[in-house]
Design a protein around this ligand. Structure first.
Ligand code: HSE
Length: 323
């Protein structure tokens, strides 16, 4: 077993992409870094950066607990860990921050055991923890993922993102818990709505896999979750309705929200128009939001080799952070 320290970088993710509720995801170029090593004495957890107040620093910490699941499965005895974490992914906004923490913890812990679990095994643990594989699949494999989960096993295939695809995200300055956003959903759906979503979701996968960016606007439509969640995010309905008329290839609620995602081609001459549309529409609904232009992340979770272990954690990831 290697006793070195392991540094991993994990991308944010956007789940659902509109019609693919709990089944489609895309990794985005906004990151969490986790460094993990066996502790000499007691467990120490250090969180770097802003907005991480309230996250436990004892053994109830999600990263610590998730790492221990890997150690259990591999028969490794590492009860005391030193963990450093920095994240550019805002919490509780629908950009997969908890999924990135889970995937980072699993990847780092597996690497500490000398690569004890492969990525499929990590996907199974991550899906069990999250309850669906869309965010965790994207953070783990990168690119775009189509995934299915039956409560026991997750099956996930990665699609290479089409060249030139970018994601303009509008991040409202309020938090929305996934629990609250799931609570807004009905228990049952009309068969016609289910058929609507199967059609759009299938079309979206085919459009993304085949580079048919022109079809995204027809495919990125949903009757399964977005209409029920719209009441929780003022301005959302207007954004989803109008984004394609202002330069977007398509638009969706990012995961359980409140972030809104508009796909657009890199270098589009209508970028400024789309930015203005998103901000003014949300502002008219009383919502302040921050825009970020992100790229699909192709790599997923990666172990960063070569950073000088003598440098402090903040120095080792410097130059890579977004803000
Ligand atoms: N697919 C999930 C949802 C993502 O929309 O609720 C958030 O975990």
């Amino acid at each position: 077993m290697g006793m070195r320290s392991v540094l991993v970088r994990v991308p944010a993710s956007t789940a659902n992409l509109g019609p693919g509720f709990d089944c489609l995801g895309m990794a985005l170029s906004l990151y969490t870094w986790i460094e993990m090593k066996p502790a000499d004495k007691a467990t120490v957890i250090r969180l770097h950066g802003e907005g991480l107040e309230g996250i436990p620093l004892d053994k109830s910490n999600l990263i610590y607990k998730t790492a221990q699941l890997v150690f259990q499965e591999t028969g490794t005895d590492l009860p005391e860990l030193e963990i450093d974490m920095y994240s550019d992914i805002p919490l509780t906004r629908g950009l997969g921050s908890s999924a990135s923490a889970i995937v980072g913890a699993l990847t780092a812990a597996s690497e500490l055991t000398g690569g004890g679990l492969d990525r499929d095994a990590l996907l199974q643990i991550a899906s069990r923890l999250e309850g669906h594989p869309d965010n965790v699949g994207a953070s783990l494999f990168g690119g775009i993922v189509a995934a299915a989960w039956d409560g026991t096993r997750a099956d996930c295939l990665r699609i290479e993102p089409p060249a030139g695809l970018a994601a303009l995200v509008a991040i409202p300055r309020f938090q929305l818990s996934t629990e609250k956003a799931r609570h807004a959903l009905p228990e049952q759906l009309a068969l016609s709505d289910a058929v609507h979503n199967i059609g759009r979701s299938s079309l979206l996968v085919a459009a993304l896999a085949g580079g048919r960016l022109d079809m995204i606007r027809h495919a990125m439509k949903d009757k399964l979750h977005q209409p029920y969640r719209a009441a929780l995010i003022p301005g959302m309905a207007e954004v989803l309705e109008g984004a394609s008329d202002h330069g977007a290839l398509g638009a969706a609620l990012s995961g359980a929200g409140p972030t809104l995602l508009a796909l657009i081609e890199n270098g589009s001459p209508r970028m400024r128009e789309l930015e203005a549309f998103l901000l003014s529409t949300l502002s008219a609904a009383g919502v302040d939001a921050d825009l970020l232009l992100l790229q699909p992340d192709p790599a997923g979770a990666v172990v960063l080799e070569g950073a000088d272990p003598a440098l402090p954690f903040a120095e080792r990831i410097k130059g890579e952070v977004h803000s």
